[in-house]
Ligand binder design. Structure first.
Ligand code: IPD
Ligand code: CA
Ligand code: CA
Length: 274
């Protein structure tokens, strides 16, 4: 089966998952739990994870999967061969509160390299997709990232981890970014942030996230012409395409200046407020 056929199946699955998410929100009959103390997870996250896993297994029997709720074993990142990387609901807090930035994210890596991905946002009516080397699309139309040339004219998105004790250094970064850039967005879905860099709704994005949050969106942003990378070197043994610490994804011209700004913030540099 070629990549286009695989992507078509992944898109079909993501859209069906999106219908389940939209139905669950209409009916409002799902329970909320917490994992790792403070991280919200609903019954729908788990049910949609199970649905996607069953559909992928039916279409691609025996291929490995890394899924946030039911198969989160990260040792799979080091294996060779095909690996499906799935976030059933990216933007769980948005889903639970009734906000629109909610997405299903399905990516495929082979030997650690991203090959294809789909991010489907049921409440926005947006389906982003990409195949490595073939460009990126939004609802079947080709997309390109913005042509932002300077930080002052750039809209930058980021996010924060659920663990509150990991947020302080990120506030330092935020302080620098707010000072240097047009403005900041915290929309609550890393997958969509990446796709919105891909389609020019944002000029850049940085965050540390898990593989399921970014796998599909990173490829989509890259295929739309965005520069993608990490603020610091990736560790040996883990494929860079699946390593989510200190991600930075931007319109090409602001990749370096944003990277330097964030490193300056990390090094305890002062914010030069005028
Ligand atoms: C979260 C979202 C959010 C990001 C968090 C992620 P979830 O995913 O992508 O934007 O800032 O770090 O955990 O929990 O809604 O699937
Ligand atoms: Ca997520
Ligand atoms: Ca999730």
């Amino acid at each position: 089966m070629n990549h286009q056929q695989r992507l078509d199946i992944a898109i079909r699955i993501a859209k069906e998952a999106g219908e389940q998410i939209a139905r669950a929100r209409r009916e409002q009959n799902f329970s909320h739990q917490y994992k790792d103390d403070d991280e919200l997870v609903t019954e729908v996250d788990v049910a949609v994870d199970r649905f996607i896993a069953e559909e992928l297994e039916a279409a691609f029997p025996g291929e490995a999967r890394l899924t946030e709720e039911l198969s989160p074993d990260r040792s799979q990142l080091e294996r060779n061969g095909a690996l499906w990387v799935v976030d059933p609901i990216d933007g769980t807090v948005n889903f639970a509160y009734g906000h629109v930035h909610v997405a299903v994210s399905i990516g495929l890596a082979v030997d650690g390299e991203l090959q294809l991905g789909v991010v489907h946002a049921p409440f926005l009516g947006q389906t982003f997709a990409a195949i490595r080397g073939d460009g990126a699309t939004l609802n079947d139309e080709a997309i390109a990232c913005s042509k932002a040339k300077s930080l002052e004219r750039s809209l930058i998105a980021t996010g924060f981890p659920y663990a509150r004790d990991r947020r302080a250094p990120l506030i330092r970064r935020l302080n620098h970014v707010v000072n240097a850039c047009r403005d900041v967005r915290r929309n609550g879905s890393a997958a969509l942030d990446l796709c919105h860099v891909a389609s020019g709704l944002l000029d850049g994005y940085y965050e540390s996230v898990s593989p399921w949050d970014f796998a599909a969106g990173l490829l989509i942003a890259r295929e739309a012409g965005a520069h993608t990378g990490h603020l610091y070197e990736c560790p040996d043994g883990l494929p860079a395409d699946l390593y989510g610490e200190n991600l930075i994804v931007t319109a090409p011209a602001i990749f370096e200046p944003l990277g330097e700004l964030l490193q300056h913030a990390d090094a305890g540099g002062r914010v030069e407020f005028e």
